[in-house]
Structure formats: C-alpha cells, structure tokens
Design a protein around this ligand. Sequence first.
Ligand code: SF4
Length: 222
Amino acid sequence: MNKAKNFERQITIEQKLELLKLSGIDEVFGKNFIPENSKNLLKKLFEEFQNCQKCKLSKTRNNFVIGEGNSDAEIMFVGEGPGMQEDIQGKPFVGSAGKLLTKMLKAINLERESVYITNVVKCRPPQNRNPEADEISTCIPILYKQIEIIQPKIICALGKVAGNLLLKKDTTLGNMRGKFFQKENYKVFVTYHPSALLYHPQWKKPTWEDLQMLMNEYKKIS
Ligand code: SF4
C-alpha cells in the first residue's frame, strides 16, 4: 500500500474535518457546524413529534411526553404511557408512581438524571387505560428512534405492556421477570410497573430483588 493511502487510513474523522477546514471548505458544513450528538438528536425528535396527531390519543392529551434524562444513558426505563400528572407537566413519571420510581433508583444508587425514562406511548390514554394495539403500533417508531439515539446497554421494561413490546411477546409479566434477554445491541429486563406497587405493596419485595439483579448486571457491563 502506498504511503498516501496508509496516511489516509490512520487519520481520524476529526482530523479529516480539521484538514477540510484548513483547505478552506468549511462552508460545506456552515460556519457554525457542530457534529450531531445524542442530545441534539433527541431535541430534533421532540420537535418533529411534539404536535403529533397520528393516533386518537392526540385528541385527549394535554402534552406530548417524549421522556427525559441522560441522552447517553447506559440504562433506559420504559413504562406504559403518561398518567394524569405526566400529561399536565409534560414529563414522564412525575406522579406518585414516578416518585416511587425515583426512590427505587436511589435504592440501587442510580440518580434519576443519570438514566433515561420514557414510555411506550407518548400521550396519555384516557382514564389511564392500557394503550391499545393501534396506538402502540403508531407510536412505537418514536421509542425505537430514542433507543437508536441513546444506545443503552440495558432497557428495563416497567410492566407487562412495555415487556411484551420490547420482547415482541404476548405473555405474562411472570414469564418475563427476573431474566435478561439479549437483543441486538442491548439487554432487556422486565419488572413491575411502579404504579402496580402502589396497589400491591406485597410486590415490593420481588421488585427489590429484580432491582438488585439489574444493578449487578449494570456493574458488569459499565
Ligand atoms: S401517542 Fe404517539 S402516535 Fe399517538 S398522537 Fe401521541 S405521539 Fe402521536
């Protein structure tokens, strides 16, 4: 291989960009060119869908709730859909179930800001009913795009709806809990939805065991 080709292989993308700028062609990228990062990409995703009308949930929602947290998070938490408080505030998991989720994270030494939290559907189903199949299938490209941008190592599905969706199964929560499922570039782990724990406090102990499994796996891969 000649020297020129060897040199070209060794330089990084950043060095190539610098060389292009030095060659006077930075106008190709614009004067304020900044490479896209995950935060920018999530912002663009929000802007693209904030007025989404693709399914009937758009008729009753107050706010589109895309999610929040660390755009480079290694763990993502995915619930079912926004509830009343989430719909009012435009943020995920801010009602009583959300406060419990924050406590659950703290219990395994995870700050809420260090993870990314979202839902399967981004608009509140009326009376907090389960999202329907057509609503899920219409909304799901947004979640897949979030996963593609954030590239988490683990996705923790909160409840049966998120578990079935991420595992492409139609099964009970009991059949999914307590195991890691390897997907393309990440693992899926399923546990109870925090709102279920508010009505069934006897499920807190198994949830605590799940969280410890989750943390042990996280320590191995981070
Ligand atoms: S739930 Fe999803 S698909 Fe339906 S209107 Fe909201 S953002 Fe659009």
